[in-house]
Design a protein around this ligand. Structure first.
Ligand code: HEC
Length: 101
């Protein structure tokens, strides 16, 4: 195998091993403006019946939002919101809230 090919396979391998979750925290922060009325500016919720999102695991946030979107999980407040979110929105917002302390 020549050197260039070796490096190329190394890069491919690195890409393949990097986490599948690739949300953009900065974009997520903008998109999360929709959410702070309930989940709070810092991801700490404003009410006892609304969960905190700050520091929650990114993968959990992604799957919870996908479940609301698909209808597997239902909630009068969250389902209509998740329905309007794209896959990218979900990844970005999940990355943002999980980055909060
Ligand atoms: C009108 C208030 C309201 C708004 C706005 C809102 N949420 Fe929620 N959210 C809730 C409530 C209430 C729950 C709890 C639902 C349940 O019990 O299943 C919840 C649950 C969640 C959960 C699941 C948390 C867990 O621990 O299981 C996630 C994730 C979430 N919201 C994300 C978002 C995101 C992202 C946005 C903005 C795009 C948003 N929410 C906007 C009220 C809201």
């Amino acid at each position: 195998m020549n050197t260039a090919l070796k490096y190329f396979s190394l890069i491919l391998l690195t890409l393949a091993m990097s986490p599948a979750l690739a949300g953009d925290i900065e974009k997520g922060k903008k998109k999360a403006e929709l959410c702070i009325g309930c989940h709070g500016e810092n991801g700490i919720s404003v009410s006892p019946i609304i969960p905190n999102l700050a520091a929650q695991k990114e993968g959990y946030l992604v799957s919870a939002l996908r479940e609301f979107k698909s209808g597997t999980r239902k909630n009068g407040m969250m389902s209509p919101i998740a329905a309007t979110m794209s896959g990218d929105d979900i990844n970005d917002i999940a990355a943002y809230f999980s980055s909060l302390k």
